[in-house]
Design a protein around this ligand. Structure first.
Ligand code: NI
Length: 180
């Protein structure tokens, strides 16, 4: 396994739509393993393939680890979602602070459904349909957005985004500087 480069705002790949995984190949399995390592290394609760430069519908999530991350030892139980799809979102929603490994040091409140029903395939190609609530539901909504080129800042209230405008433009400048 190896740690992958995380693409930072506003790299265009973060705005592109990832394509479905048609066949779970060794390449996909390796990508998932590398994403898990990258996610833990960066102390994230979720990661989407766009964020590591691959436009395929693969997401890794481990919110339990995050909840426990201040206690030791932290139990790791990563979930790999291939072709995740949100089937239902509860009307009941909640606003909470989010961050993103592609937007370092940026945090803001985002409204998300409290409960979702979703389906995905695992690395063996088995289909699953499950429900998630709370932080896990939030994280799956955030990561599925990534696969569609949507960032959490897009879902923030305009007034909160205005507060972050300075930080966002600094990130954009930094990105431009690195790509020349
Ligand atoms: Ni993110």
């Amino acid at each position: 396994m190896s740690r992958l480069k995380i693409y930072i705002y506003d790299d265009p790949i973060l705005r592109q739509v990832a394509r479905p995984v048609e066949k779970i190949t060794d390449k996909i399995r390796r990508l998932a393993a590398d994403m898990i390592e990258t996610m833990y290394d960066a102390r994230g609760v979720g990661l989407a393939a766009n964020q590591v430069g691959e436009l395929v519908r693969v997401v890794t999530v481990d919110t339990a680890w995050s909840e426990k991350r201040n206690s030791k030892p932290a139990a790791r139980n990563p979930l790999v979602l291939i072709n995740p799809e949100i089937l239902e979102e509860s009307a009941e929603d909640e606003s909470a602070s989010e961050g993103c490994l592609s937007l370092p040091e940026i945090e803001g409140d985002v409204w998300r459904s409290l409960k979702i029903r979703f389906r995905y395939q695992d690395l063996d190609g088995n289909a699953h349909e499950e429900e998630a609530t709370g932080l896990k539901a939030r994280c799956i909504q955030h990561e599925t957005d990534h696969l569609n080129g949507i960032l959490f800042i897009d879902r923030m209230a305009p007034e909160s985004r205005i507060e972050l405008a300075g930080q966002l433009s600094r990130l954009r400048e930094k990105f431009k500087a690195t790509v020349g």
